[in-house]
Design a protein around this ligand. Sequence first.
Ligand code: PEP
Ligand code: MN
Length: 260
Amino acid sequence: MNTKSILSITKQSQPLIIAGPCSAETEEQVLATAHQLKDVGVTIFRAGIWKPRTRPGSFEGVGQPGLGWLQRVQREIGLPVATEVANAAHVEQCLQHGIDALWVGARTTANPFAVQEIADALKGVAIPVMVKNPVNPDVNLWLGAIERLEQAGIQQVSAIHRGISPLGTSVYRNNPAWDMPMTLKKMRPELVLINDPSHIAGNRHLLAGIAEAALARDMDGLMIETHLQPETAWSDAAQQITPQALKEMLTKLKASHSGL
Ligand code: PEP
Ligand code: MN
């Protein structure tokens, strides 16, 4: 089992850029996307292997074979890789495949039993874990999940702000509820705090404005879903952008944020 991660997710002067498809779909898609993202200057490649779909009947991820595809990204493209875990079995498989970083999804963060199971499976393992905010506006539930992982001995736990489920209509798929990450930041100023404009927006046209607002609030990084042909993506098609569009977005953000 590979329990040593070379990746460090710590506060840096440069925002951390995590990008990759919502879901790993095929081996070719994963490798070609990672190849293009390497040139964009992305720090970590993301791809979901087990997908927590809100309603049944949609694509639920390629499962374990996708971990081998991520290993090829590490080996052949030289990018560290991250995927979502929702239970102990996911954790074991990721550790066996030497995945560099994990994230806990918003639906899982809302369930302390699941988070505890993940924390127990990670006891004593040196791997960075990013925790998305829960789907409901409960900063203590978010912090509680972070603490469960810290108490299991994980040194590099960070937070991802992905907004909260709106009741009724909203321009956003998930309302940003900026107060929530800002409250977490006040409670735990040393925590790395990453913004996920993709899941907040639900729509690629709103991404740049959200990313801008996050960097203006001094957040430490961005996680952005990227697909070679976004409109054909097997999940979250409306919110993904091409690696080229990501490059252009980051160039524009650079103009207003000197660290980028
Ligand atoms: C994802 O990152 O693809 C995902 C499922 O996100 P969230 O948990 O924020 O819905
Ligand atoms: Mn997604």
